[in-house]
Design a protein around this ligand. Structure first.
Ligand SMILES: Cc1ncc(COP(=O)(O)O)c(C=O)c1O
Length: 355
C-alpha cells in the first residue's frame, strides 16, 4: 500500500512511548492510578499548562469528551457545541449516555467553528424554565472536525459568551498539539488564559498508543464559582462508573510521560503539520482540485475532479471519501507520514490531471 491519509490514528506509537510502556510493565506498582507515574503526569501537565490541574487519564477521546462534559451537565442540561462536532456526530450517543440523557445542541458557524452570535442566542434561551433543558456547558473542538483552527480571538469570542452566561467551557483537544503549533502560542494561552476550563488533551492521534487526559483547570473553575473539588470528585466516580479507571493505570501514565518528555508531542505534531502544509501546497497546483477548508494543522477537506478519487485509490493510496458531497475527500497526516509519500501522492494527482 502507498501512503495512507485515512486518519492520524492509523499510525502506531512513537518508539519512546513503546519503551516507556515496556518499562512500566516491569515489577509492581499500585493500581488504579495510585502509582508514582500517574502522580508524575499531573505534575508534568501542571507544568505544561502553568497552573494547578486535576488530571484523569482515560483510553479514548470519546471517554475524555463524554466524561469531561458530563461532570458539568445534569440529565436536564444541554451541551452547546458545533453541528459538525465529534461530540454530536461521532460518539454514538456516548455523551448522552454519560450525561444520563442530556441534550446536545448544535450551533452553526463556518469552518466548523461556532458562531458566537448564534451561541449567544442559545445560552440565554429559557433559563429557569422547568419545561426546557438548561444550558450547562459549551464545548469547542480545537482542531475542528474540518481541519480549521480557532484563533485565540475566536476562542475568546466563545468564552466571553460563556463567561457572561456563567457557563464552563470544554475544549475537545483530540488534536491539541497540532492546533497549538498552528497558533504558535502556549498551552496556557490556548486554554485557561483564553477562558477554557477543561480540556480533553489528546495524545493518541499524535504518537501515543492509547492515552488521553481530561485536564481540569482548577482556578479557572473557582473563578466561575464552580467548586473544582466537587468536579474532581465527580470525575473520579464517573470515570470508574464509566469503566475507564484502568487498574494498570501505569500503562496509560507511562505513555503520557513519554509523550510529554523531551517535547515528543511537539516534535510529532510539527512533522504532521509540516506534511500537511506540503500536501496542501502541492494539491493547490493540481488542476481541478479545490481546497474546501484551508488546512491549518494536519487535516484537509478538498474536492477532487471527477475520476481522480477512484484513480488515486486504485493507485494504492488510502483516504476517506464517499461520505460527503460528490468528490469530497478527507486527508490527514500524522507524526509518521513520509515526505516521499506526500510527494508521490501529489505526483499521482498531477499525472491524473494531465491525462
Ligand atoms: C475531533 C475529535 N474528537 C475526539 C476524537 C476521539 O475519538 P476516539 O474515541 O476515537 O479516540 C476524535 C477521533 O477521531 C476526533 O476527531
Amino acid at each position: 500500500m502507498k501512503v495512507a491519509f485515512t486518519s492520524d490514528n492509523i499510525a502506531g506509537a512513537s518508539e519512546s512511548v513503546f519503551k516507556a510502556m515496556m518499562e512500566a510493565a516491569q515489577g509492581d506498582a499500585m493500581p488504579y492510578g495510585n502509582d508514582d507515574g500517574t502522580a508524575q503526569v499531573t505534575r508534568m501537565l501542571s507544568e505544561l499548562f502553568e497552573c494547578d490541574v486535576d488530571v484523569f487519564l482515560v483510553s479514548t477521546g470519546t471517554a475524555a469528551n463524554s466524561l469531561g462534559v458530563s461532570a458539568f451537565t445534569p440529565p436536564w442540561g444541554s451541551v452547546l457545541c458545533h453541528t459538525e462536532s465529534h461530540l454530536l456526530n461521532d460518539e454514538c450517543t456516548a455523551p448522552e449516555f454519560y450525561t444520563s440523557g442530556a441534550r446536545f445542541v448544535g450551533i452553526g458557524g463556518v469552518d466548523a467553528k461556532m458562531d458566537p452570535v448564534q451561541l449567544q442566542k442559545l445560552v440565554n434561551q429559557k433559563i429557569g424554565d422547568v419545561h426546557s433543558c438548561q444550558p450547562s456547558i459549551i464545548s469547542l473542538s480545537q482542531v475542528t472536525e474540518v481541519g480549521s483552527v480557532y484563533s485565540l480571538e475566536e476562542i475568546h469570542a466563545i468564552t466571553d459568551v460563556a463567561k457572561t452566561a456563567g457557563l464552563p467551557v470544554h475544549m475537545d483537544g483530540a488534536r491539541f498539539a497540532n492546533a497549538l503549533l498552528a497558533l504558535g502560542c502556549s498551552p496556557a494561552e490556548m486554554t485557561w488564559k483564553a477562558g477554557v476550563d477543561i480540556v480533553s488533551f489528546g495524545a493518541t492521534k499524535n504518537g501515543v498508543m492509547a492515552s488521553e487526559a481530561i485536564v481540569v483547570f482548577k482556578q479557572a473553575l473557582e473563578d466561575k464559582g464552580i467548586s473544582s473539588e466537587k468536579v474532581a470528585k465527580e470525575l473520579g466516580y464517573r470515570r470508574k462508573r464509566g469503566g475507564h479507571l484502568h487498574s494498570k493505570m501505569r500503562l496509560l501514565s507511562s505513555q503520557m510521560i513519554a509523550y510529554l518528555t523531551d517535547d515528543l508531542w511537539r516534535t510529532n505534531a510539527t512533522h504532521a503539520n509540516a506534511m500537511m502544509a506540503l500536501l496542501q501546497d502541492g494539491l493547490k497546483t493540481v488542476p481541478g482540485v479545490k481546497i474546501n477548508t484551508p488546512a491549518q494543522a494536519n487535516m484537509l477537506f478538498c474536492t477532487l475532479p471527477e475520476g481522480m478519487e477512484d484513480y488515486l485509490l486504485a493507485e494504492g493510496y488510502a483516504f476517506y471519501g464517499g461520505r460527503w458531497e460528490e468528490g469530497v475527500v478527507r486527508l490527514v497526516t500524522s507524526f509518521r507520514t513520509p515526505k516521499e509519500g506526500v510527494e508521490a501522492f501529489i505526483a499521482s494527482a498531477k499525472a491524473f490531471a494531465a491525462q
